[in-house]
Design a protein around this ligand. Structure first.
Ligand code: PMP
Length: 386
């Protein structure tokens, strides 16, 4: 079958491809421990389930306006005002089928083919894949331990800077001083920013602050992406939204209209309920569970001569530096899957070979422990053999 030239050169996302392989193996009855992406073992918040119950009693669930139901947009605008300090009106909110759709549409309306987009690596693969689908030029820059004016001034000219705060996979949070440097640089250079804050509620240490929590966020052209997937354990619900200056939201609606039209009404109601369910006993229990898992893996992997891992301040991942093993990390991931039935994400898929990323929030703790022990046995064997 002939495939368009436009898509023929593109490949599926490495992350979803690996997860798809694992699912296919499970469908064949094989037992696989899946650390390749982060899928929560928690259900959606009770408020979401209650909202769904109520919504299903409604006489109808109509199409809504493309950007979202007016009531849902008003609730989300109030939520980001309250929780994130972002002064947003309902017209600045666009409800989407997850952050991925919002990212695609934001890049679509903020840049033209050939325009440069700065992406720090390691990166979430969708930043690069989506930029490439749209004919944009990703410029990959090593993520520094701290973003400074000096670093920003050394960057090549670009239309857009993509930031991930909190950061997948390192768990790093942007500090107030970094956000101030970034805002000043955006103003000075006219570069626009897309800030993906999908992990905002998975913070163990420190405080998450939004770049858009400043009165001039619209002028600076900051687009903030939110997702229910990780912060509210709602991966399969496909629920997210963007906060963008109203004219950008209108342009994003023009892209979205012919593709998906509005997000499903039911999911919009779930999204609003999720983002209003912060600081509940359930959300605290989820965070405590994730923290205990993070600490367990850090304990298990401490003092290995071939592995270094920083304690992530946030998020469902550990970013393992296994460079001392001197392995091809793509091949090592394949061997881990074939020989130990453990799926991990090679750092290569996130732009940095020599690392393995593991998502630690799926399944039960005994399975997590078994999977990590298999990785340790694998590394010990390779290390001993050198
Ligand atoms: N942004 C980043 C950086 C992520 O890692 C993820 C989850 N993998 C998401 C966003 C969630 O995207 P979506 O809302 O489309 O599920």
């Amino acid at each position: 079958m002939e495939i368009s030239r436009r898509i023929a050169k593109s490949r599926p996302l490495a992350t979803t491809a690996m997860h798809g392989r694992v699912d296919a193996m499970k469908d064949r009855g094989e037992h696989v421990i899946d650390f390749s992406i982060a899928i929560s073992h928690f259900p959606a918040p009770p408020a979401v389930l209650a909202a769904m119950h109520e919504a299903l009693q409604r006489p109808a669930l109509p199409y809504t306006a493309v950007g979202g139901d007016a009531g849902v947009r008003a609730r989300l605008a109030a939520r980001v005002g309250r929780e994130n300090g972002i002064d947003a009106a309902p017209a600045d909110i666009l409800v989407t089928n997850g952050a991925k759709q919002a990212l695609y549409q934001a890049l679509y309306v903020m840049a033209d083919p050939g325009d440069a987009v700065i992406i720090f690596k390691p990166y979430w693969p969708a930043y690069v894949a989506t930029s490439e689908l749209l004919g944009l030029k990703p410029i990959l820059v090593d993520l520094p331990s701290q973003i400074t004016t000096e670093l920003l001034d050394s960057l090549p000219p670009a239309r857009i800077l993509i930031l991930n705060n909190p950061h997948n996979p390192t768990g790093a949070l942007l500090a107030a001083t970094e956000l101030a440097c970034i805002a000043a640089w955006l103003r000075k250079t006219g570069t626009r920013a897309i800030v993906d804050e999908s992990y905002e509620k998975l913070v163990f240490d420190g405080v998450h602050q939004s770049l858009a929590a400043r009165p001039d966020w619209r002028e600076l052209g900051v687009v903030t992406l939110f997702s229910a997937s990780q912060s509210y354990a709602m991966m399969g619900w496909r629920a997210g939204f963007a906060v963008a200056p109203a004219p950008l939201v209108a342009a994003m609606e023009t892209v979205q209209g012919p593709i998906t039209a509005a997000a499903p009404m039911l999911i919009q109601l779930a999204l609003a309920a999720a983002f209003e369910s912060d600081d509940t006993p359930e959300s605290k229990a989820m965070l405590a569970d994730y923290r205990a898992r993070r600490d367990l893996v850090l304990d298990l992997t401490a003092n290995l001569p071939w592995l270094t891992v920083r304690t992530p301040a946030s998020g469902p991942y550990l970013w393992l530096d296994v460079a001392p093993l001197g392995l091809d990390t793509v091949a090592a991931s394949e061997q881990l899957l074939a020989e130990h039935a453990v799926a991990v994400m090679p750092g290569d898929a996130l732009g940095v070979p020599g690392y393995l990323r593991i998502g630690f929030i799926a399944d039960d703790v005994a399975t997590l422990r078994r999977g990590v022990q298999a990785i340790i046995a694998f590394g010990n064997q390779r290390h001993g053999g050198r």
